[in-house]
Design a protein around this ligand. Structure first.
Ligand SMILES: NC(=O)c1ccc[n+]([C@@H]2O[C@H](COP(=O)([O-])OP(=O)(O)OC[C@H]3O[C@@H](n4cnc5c(N)ncnc54)[C@H](O)[C@@H]3O)[C@@H](O)[C@H]2O)c1
Length: 433
């Protein structure tokens, strides 16, 4: 049985004497002698940021740990204040601006939640790890190959420092997916030979530029419309399904060939749909598709075919009377039920047990997978994994760094890309920067 309630009091360092003999991670300020309060800060006080902080508080309750909010940072002060109101903490804890994250890292927070638009994640994650903070970070974690590699590299630094790193890829904390992962590993459908994955749904919100609004403010408010901010929706949403694929197959794809296009958007520079053929090697191909168009068929799921049977990512559909080809024994998962809360339970559990979970490589790899699909669709070219991960290939995509950059926001020099101008496959190659 995978134990869920790990927050037994014995896990906490109670005395200075004990502190001197425990592993380095337990010597961190989280579990300083006799202390059972965990200090948390939030960077990015939007919809998911407030949601993630609420989930962290619920997970702390499960662990009987007292959480204390020590900072709330957002690009806009009114959003930070909105979070202060929601969580009934003083407005003095609020910080604003593109540089506010730097002040967050100077606080005594034990854990930081990084929940801004994806463009900022590599820079914020690097700062958090350098400051010795445990991290929860939302997916996706980058918008370009340079950023995704930074996440993976800093994840290794976090490991050496004994820091916990949990990502918002919540299917890895969801009972149905954990069960299916186990079943596939125990040969319930035989080795996976192929599959299809989908994030096909409706349009998201968009914002128009206010009269006289500066570039930075407009791009932050309208971030789901710009590939430079979000990675495009193949990265921002479909990443979840690609993450399940990499997890179940145990490897990233070798290459991608894809296409996409734009049919209905009015702002920004993203596509409305993508279709990608991912080659995972060993004769395994995964068809991936994602679409944000109202009035079209919706499916957000994964389907895998093995040598002996098939399954959805979340397991055989009971409604359809489906079952695994082979009955296998599944180790019961003890789980709080809500995967968004379970992410934080697992974060805290790892800290308490001095076995910190580190999901940086997983989420960095899945983000890179989605970026590979996007580059293929934008350019119309075949993109190899090694083009993005191996400098010796000389690929122009290896050093692809989107512009504007996080630094442009920090220095107030953001140039907004033109609205409604999109990449033309076969013509536009990314600029080497
Ligand atoms: N795991 C999931 O199911 C899930 C669901 C929704 C969103 N998300 C992810 O969460 C992240 C945030 O999404 P959201 O829906 O909360 O968006 P949002 O627009 O509601 O919130 C983003 C917030 O970040 C702030 N911000 C922007 N740049 C900043 C900066 N440099 N420093 C500080 N604050 C900054 C914005 O002002 C805004 O308040 C995205 O990466 C998104 O993909 C994940």
């Amino acid at each position: 049985m995978i134990e869920q309630n790990i927050f037994s009091r014995r896990n906490f360092v109670k005395t200075a004497a004990a502190a001197s003999v425990v592993p380095a991670v337990l010597n961190s300020s989280v579990f300083a002698a006799g202390q059972e309060t965990i200090k948390v800060a939030l960077v990015g006080c939007g919809g998911r940021g407030k949601g993630a902080l609420g989930d962290f508080l619920k997970a702390s309750e499960h662990g009987k740990i007292k959480p204390k909010i020590v900072a709330l940072a957002d690009f806009f002060m009114d959003r930070a204040k909105g979070a202060a109101k929601k969580f009934s903490v003083p407005e003095e804890l609020c910080m604003a601006g593109a540089n506010a994250y730097k002040d967050v890292m100077k606080t005594n927070a034990d854990v930081v939640l990084l929940v801004t638009p994806p463009i900022f994640r590599p820079v914020h994650f690097e700062a958090a790890v350098n400051a010795g903070k445990h991290v929860f970070m939302e997916k996706p974690v980058a918008v370009d190959p340079v950023g995704a590699r930074k996440i993976i590299a800093m994840g290794e630094v976090a490991k050496k420092k004994g820091l916990a790193v949990v990502a918002g890829t919540q299917r890895r904390h969801q009972t149905e997916y954990l069960n299916t992962y186990q079943a596939i590993g125990k040969n319930a459908i035989g080795p996976i030979r192929g599959g299809s994955v989908w994030w096909c749904g409706g349009a998201l919100w968009y914002k128009k530029r206010n009269p006289g609004e500066d570039n930075a403010s407009y791009m932050v408010r309208n971030w789901v419309s710009f590939a430079e901010m979000s990675g495009d929706h193949i990265v921002e949403q479909h990443l979840h399904n690609l993450d399940v694929t990499n997890w179940y197959l145990g490897r990233p794809p070798k290459s991608a060939i894809g296409f996409g296009g734009r049919a209905r958007r009015k702002t920004g520079n993203q596509f409305d749909f993508f279709s990608i053929d991912f080659d995972y090697g060993e004769g395994v191909r995964i068809n991936s598709m994602c679409r944000q168009i109202n009035g079209s068929y919706s499916r957000v799921s994964e389907f895998f075919t093995g040598t002996d049977g098939a399954t959805w990512g979340s397991g055989p559909s009971k409604k359809e009377g489906e079952r695994f080809a082979r009955q296998v024994e599944i180790e019961p998962i003890s789980n709080v039920g809500n995967p968004y809360v379970q992410e934080h339970v697992d974060l805290l559990k790892g800290i308490a047990d001095s076995t910190p979970l580190n999901e940086a490589e997983n989420v960095g790899t899945s983000t890179m997978t989605a970026i590979m699909g996007r580059i293929s669709a934008y350019t119309g070219k075949l993109v190899r994994w090694k083009d993005l991960t191996d400098e010796s290939t000389g690929s122009p995509w290896y050093n692809l760094a989107m512009s504007p950059s996080p630094l442009d926001f920090e220095t107030g020099t953001v140039k907004a890309p033109a609205d409604d101008i999109i990449p033309i496959p076969g013509k536009e190659m990314p600029k080497k920067t």
